[in-house]
Design a protein around this ligand. Structure first.
Ligand SMILES: NC(=O)c1ccc[n+]([C@@H]2O[C@H](COP(=O)([O-])OP(=O)(O)OC[C@H]3O[C@@H](n4cnc5c(N)ncnc54)[C@H](O)[C@@H]3O)[C@@H](O)[C@H]2O)c1
Length: 273
């Protein structure tokens, strides 16, 4: 049962919230006073979720519970695969039933697969990359934007997708991932054009190599023994911490960037592939 304060608080939905950038963002938004709905893949339900080909392994239910518990009493965990539009809509409906509003949506869920040039890429790799990284953002946008538009004016809604340096660059052996992340940039720009003067902005952040489970999988795909080898790709000469990405997302959820919409903001330490 939520308190009176929680019922009046702004509400954020974060996908991919069990760990990494999503978990760091959820924690920051909770500290800022948001009630946070943390969504991640129901990995503990074998058979329900098609695995991603290759070394990438999604988070577990206990990762999700831990991330929710780190949200200073304001975190609420929901399991849904972002590829599954019906499951995503059902979670959004129950968030609305419980908290009555949505103020910020962070689409951070993502996965990585590859390891071959485009012409040798399998259907499984192609489909999983497009469905998780691009359709997943579409699904959460389509499920949440109508509720944000239905909120009383003046509105101050925020939609933030986590793209990638791969939204600007074509990364070798990660063609499907790069295509999906370029798609995320296009989706967010179109969304911003459609939302116009509604008071709801749509932006993306484009992280460089960030020290998470996904980077470990990327290193394995490239045959690197240590993800820190990616540090050379950043002018700052080190990997980014997930909290550094989360800090920019948190800022995008404040009142300050009122003039910012349709932008893809690089948080990449000066990425130079
Ligand atoms: N780590 C990097 O170097 C890096 C660089 C650029 C962009 N990104 C992007 O940052 C975002 C966060 O990734 P991260 O680095 O924190 O990695 P991560 O693997 O720690 O986090 C991704 C989260 O998404 C969840 N997820 C995966 N598939 C899902 C699905 N189908 N439905 C619901 N949840 C799902 C995972 O369980 C995990 O909790 C991703 O969109 C990723 O593409 C990461």
């Amino acid at each position: 049962m939520e308190s009176q304060t929680e019922r009046d608080a702004p509400v954020a939905i974060v996908t991919g919230a069990a760990r990494g950038v999503g978990a760091a963002t959820a924690a920051r938004l909770a500290l800022r006073g948001y009630t946070v709905a943390l969504i991640d893949i129901p990995a503990e339900a074998p058979g329900r979720v098609a695995p991603v080909p290759g070394p990438y392994v999604a988070a577990t239910g206990s990762d999700l519970d831990l991330a929710a518990a780190s949200c200073v009493g304001r975190g609420h965990a929901w399991a849904a695969d972002v590829r599954d539009d019906i499951a995503v809509s059902a979670v959004v409906e129950s968030v609305l039933e419980r908290f009555g509003r949505i103020d910020a949506v962070i689409a951070a869920a993502g996965a990585v697969a590859g390891g071959a040039p485009i012409w040798e890429t399998t259907n499984d790799v192609w489909r999983s990359m497009i469905e998780i990284n691009l359709t997943g953002v579409f699904n959460i946008a389509r499920a949440t934007i109508p509720a944000m538009l239905a909120s009383p004016e003046p509105r101050n809604g925020r939609f933030v997708a986590v793209a990638s340096a791969a939204a600007h660059h074509g990364l070798p052996q990660l063609g499907a991932y790069s295509a999906a992340k370029h798609g995320v940039a296009g989706l967010v720009k179109a969304l911003a054009a459609e939302l116009g003067s509604s008071g709801i902005s749509a932006n993306a952040v484009a992280p460089g190599s960030t020290d998470t489970a996904m980077l470990q999988a990327s290193a394995a795909i490239y045959g690197l023994s240590d993800p820190r080898d990616f540090a050379d790709q950043a002018r700052i000469g080190r990997l980014l911490d997930p909290d550094e990405i989360a800090a920019t997302i948190e800022w995008l959820c404040t009142d300050a960037p009122a003039a910012l919409t349709g932008s893809v903001i690089d948080v990449d330490g000066g990425f130079r592939p």
